[in-house]
Design a protein. Structure first.
Length: 154
């Protein structure tokens, strides 16, 4: 598997999503989509851009780990909650901290999974205009769950 496989997989999934959105009656021109690829080590985003909503995904240890969504009023979900095991339910940090398969990984500390996430995972942010609405955001998240099969979903 090549080092940029995660980027290729996401680009292919987003291309396929354009067809799904069209079939759902919500055509989505590629120009409305802003995709950010952040290679490991990556920095947590400081804020969700004004007027945007997002689907974000984490890739590490050779697979998609978590895919989530953040509406325009969900800044904490987008920026910080997935990096702390004590911040909210259903976060990447909580999932990693409870996954005994990861205890052997270099640099992994179950008390501070956020450090490992920042250092060893790639992050993709898919930003959409908030005025397109939550239904489209939910459709994109669900499609990416089905297409990419992240470890910590479902």
């Amino acid at each position: 598997m090549s080092a940029d496989d995660w980027q290729r997989q996401m680009q292919e999934a987003l291309s396929a999503f354009a067809i799904v959105a069209e079939l759902a009656g919500a055509p989505f021109p590629a120009a409305l989509l802003q995709v950010e690829f952040h290679s490991a080590p990556h920095r947590q985003p400081k804020r969700l851009p004004t007027g945007k909503m997002a689907v974000y995904a984490f890739w590490g240890v050779g697979e998609w780990l978590k895919i989530g969504k953040a509406g325009p009023k969900s800044n904490a979900r987008y920026t910080s909650q997935h990096y702390s095991p004590r911040s909210a339910r259903s976060t990447l940090a909580q999932s990693l901290a409870h996954d005994t398969r990861l205890s052997h990984l270099a640099g992994f500390d179950p008390d501070d999974p956020g450090a490992w996430i920042r250092r060893y995972t790639h992050r993709v942010n898919v930003l959409l205009p908030a005025e397109r609405g939550g239904a489209l955001l939910a459709l994109l998240e669900a499609f990416l769950h089905m297409r990419l099969s992240p470890r910590y979903e479902g």
